[in-house]
Design a binder for this molecule. Structure first.
Ligand SMILES: [Zn+2]
Length: 212
């Protein structure tokens, strides 16, 4: 079954959604998380992003512009075989909804689950670093995202036509080769590989973003 009517609600709140993931995605898509640019808006003080320690933290930077987030998106997108165009939240959100039109229910729900799980784990890592001085490497963050999606898929009451091949994509931790055979080409600022070496594109290396 396909749907021509899809909006934010369909992507956020559906029968596969994980409430805590969708809640953070909902806040993030509206710019309502307490990022440093919002906290220090009145004082003018700048606070660096704790994921890269280079740029000022904002919603757009944290989830789309940051090098660490870009690494995560690149490989999660490859596994999900989804094309992303993450330059800013408004653009990413409209692209995401637009690209879901005409897709099967299973694909729309999968996109929502992947998007929300990734946003949630990036935000969680940011909070752990900021408040708990707890750092995970990029590889660990990606594994946590894959684990979370796999666990959700294993416990679905209704698969809505989700194929075995799509389920198998979340069953292993091997990232090498995921870039091969993508259904859709990548787009966006890091699609050219400008931020990555060839080995990173193939998932052969995982740069440590901080102490383990
Ligand atoms: Zn950053």
């Amino acid at each position: 079954m396909r749907t021509n009517q899809i909006g934010h609600v369909n992507v956020l709140w559906h029968s596969w959604h994980v409430p805590r993931f969708s809640f953070i995605l909902w806040l993030a898509s509206r710019g309502r998380l307490r990022t440093m640019d919002r906290i220090h808006h009145s004082s003018g003080a700048q606070q660096k992003c704790v994921l890269c320690d280079v740029h000022e933290e904002s919603h757009n930077h944290l989830f789309f512009g940051c090098k660490l987030s870009a690494q995560i998106w690149l490989e999660v997108s490859a596994r999900a075989q989804i094309s992303w165009r993450q330059n800013s939240w408004p653009q990413a959100w409209s692209e995401f909804v637009e690209s879901s039109r005409g897709q099967t229910k299973a694909k729309i729900k999968m996109r929502g689950l992947v998007l929300s799980a990734t946003i949630y784990h990036i935000w969680r890592e940011r909070n752990w670093r900021l408040h708990n001085q707890r750092f995970s490497c990029t590889k660990k963050i990606k594994e946590d995202i894959v684990n979370a999606i796999r666990e959700r898929l294993r416990n679905l009451e209704e698969r809505d036509g989700l194929g075995e091949d799509e389920l198998r994509r979340w069953e292993s931790f091997g990232w090498t080769g995921l870039m091969v055979g993508l259904a859709e080409p990548f787009s966006g600022p890091w699609a050219s590989g400008a931020f990555f070496g060839a080995s990173e594109l193939l998932g052969l290396q995982f740069g440590l973003a901080g102490p383990l």
